[in-house]
Design a protein around this ligand. Structure first.
Ligand SMILES: [Zn+2]
Length: 218
């Protein structure tokens, strides 16, 4: 049962197709776990199609039509979520597709002795998507963000200054919030994070970290 959800603005943008691809990955994954947001998403889509039908038709010339049809042919496969909820330990199909395998086949880089990061390619040129593997009881070094950080828990659980998050829980943190995600003692935690700007570690030791994921030494 998820306790933390995307806010109305994110869900709205996701449903109307205006949310950036990387951030849509995070919202789409949350929908795998959350019936409440799945329902809200379906309602928003229905509302969108009703509004669309009410728009007055516009005359378009043939060349515009050909361009649009051509673009549709080039569109990548849309993001999808399974229509049934996933069990807590199942890896959602969308993540399996992005990983092209499972967690073990990825290239992991050490962020500290207890935290590993693996970047996923989504085709989004602006936002970065990565998986974080935090050993049981370990923490991601305290950091702040220039922009927005979205996080979704895939396995295990972690807590920070504001709560405890389990599989399917969705968090959004902005530039004003500094936090230290710590995996629970029982098991390792795997989560997916989406960044739209570099994160900044506040502890000097980690400022020397190799600039992977645009981790910024400032
Ligand atoms: Zn939800």
């Amino acid at each position: 049962m998820t306790k933390y959800h995307p806010d109305t603005r994110l869900l709205n943008e996701y449903s109307s197709g205006t949310l950036a691809l990387a951030q849509s990955v995070c919202v789409s994954l949350h929908l795998n776990y959350c019936e409440q947001c799945r329902r809200a998403h379906q309602q928003l889509q229905q509302l969108g199609s009703v509004l669309f039908e009410e728009l007055a038709p516009q005359q378009v010339d043939d060349s515009l039509l050909r361009t649009v049809m051509g673009r549709l042919d080039d569109e990548p496969e849309p993001l999808s979520y399974s229509s049934t909820a996933v069990e807590d330990d199942d890896c959602p199909p969308l993540i399996q597709r992005l990983m092209k395998g499972d967690y073990r086949n990825l290239e992991w880089k050490k962020l500290s002795s207890q935290v590993r990061v693996s970047r996923l390619r989504t085709g989004d040129a602006v936002n970065e998507v990565a998986l974080y593997h935090i050993n049981a009881g370990a923490s991601i070094p305290k950091h702040t963000h220039n922009g927005t950080e979205l996080t979704l828990v895939l396995e295990g659980a972690f807590s920070d200054e504001e709560g405890r998050y389990e599989a399917g829980d969705f968090l959004m943190r902005d530039a004003s919030q500094q936090h230290t995600p710590t995996a629970t003692q029982e098991r390792d935690c795997i989560c997916i994070g989406v960044l739209d700007a570099p994160i900044k570690f506040t502890d000097w030791k980690y400022r020397m970290v190799n600039p992977f994921l645009k981790l910024q030494a400032s």
